[in-house]
Ligand binder design. Sequence first.
Ligand SMILES: *Cc1c(COP(=O)(O)O)cnc(C)c1O
Length: 427
Amino acid sequence: MLKLQEFYQEMGVSPAVYEYGEKVCEKLKKRFAEIDQIAEYNQAKVLNAMQKNRVSAACFAATTGYGYDDVGRDNLEKVYADVFHTEAALVRPQITCGTHALTVALSANLLPGDELLSPVGLPYDTLQEVIGIRESPCSLKEYGVSYRQVDLLADGKFDYEGIRKAINEKTRLVTIQRSKGYATRPTFSVTQIGELIAFIKDIKPDVVCMVDNCYGEFVETIEPSDVGADMVVGSLIKNPGGGLAPIGGYICGTAECVNRCAYRLSAPGLGQEVGANLGLMPALYQGFFLAPTVVASAEKGAIFAANLYQPLGFKCVPDAEESRHDIIQAIELKSEEGMIAFCGGIQAAAPVDSFATPLPWEMPGYSDKVIMAAGAFVQGSSIELSADGPIRPPYAVYFQGGLTWPHAKLGILMSLQKMIDANLITL
Ligand SMILES: *Cc1c(COP(=O)(O)O)cnc(C)c1O
């Protein structure tokens, strides 16, 4: 049997890279133990919700057609609502991705003449066409919904005075993006989001506060819905799908908001009553069950990456020491070549398509070329080990996921190896 180090060498990780990685791991034991504690808490939270709602084999049966009386689907929504502590939940394979879930939540709860406010700067790239910041047919703007934005202050804090001035009689919905997306700004903690929501509701109590929760689920023991959000929205091929959900999105929130979302997703009058589960319930339940520990693995990978790259002179957001509120690690690689080498390493460590070479390409919904490394069981799944980023200064790669910590570790070591092979780093 090969020793681990020899095995890694056979897979392309040199002894020098392995040794450097081991030194970094040694320092991280305490932080990893803290992450395991959060996972333990969240595991109990999910289990408790599953037991309370009497999940049974009957929930796993496939339905087709209209999907009336779909026990598995309806019960899964109760489980989600209990975990997020909300009145209602919409969890559907018919929601095709995170952008779709957010689009449903926004267009269901904004009417012509209303205004949407983002108090945390520019939203995630794909939402810019949804809102109409970049012109698009069927944007909210085309339907007469106006948009206002307040940027973060230079230090990454909320511009409370600016926000106060931006709220007006038309303001109907506030969108708060928890994770940084493709920006090098900090991710907000759930507590910070709660403070922002309290501030906004103090000025205008009937405004709907929606949180784009992508990549944030289960990183902390509380969720934005625990601190006043009327809707939390995310993708099932990120954290809450636990790597097993092959498609889907969720919206958890007040009964009123979620009802409107269901009417928007299917049709007024039909709402949550229709939407067959197509046999996906085992994956959606089991994925949600695994999600807390999968998220912990991904977070360990992110922390390992920051602690590996920062001492080598690359700016990391969050930095090596900072507390974490999502699973994303941004690393500024300083050049297009750096992004290609890094992504090449992540790809080479993948269980699927490890032989492929990621290159920059024009991707729908994004204004710059994008590079993506993803050797995933589920196409584009970013709870699986993946790295991506738009080709523009500061050439930041956004690294995320890893269904298991050992896989995340190997992928990051491979990325470092490729950077060294391309003469971009010397150890
Ligand atoms: C991924 C993501 C989205 C959109 O998700 P897709 O599933 O790719 O459509 C929206 N907001 C944030 C912050 C994200 O990270």
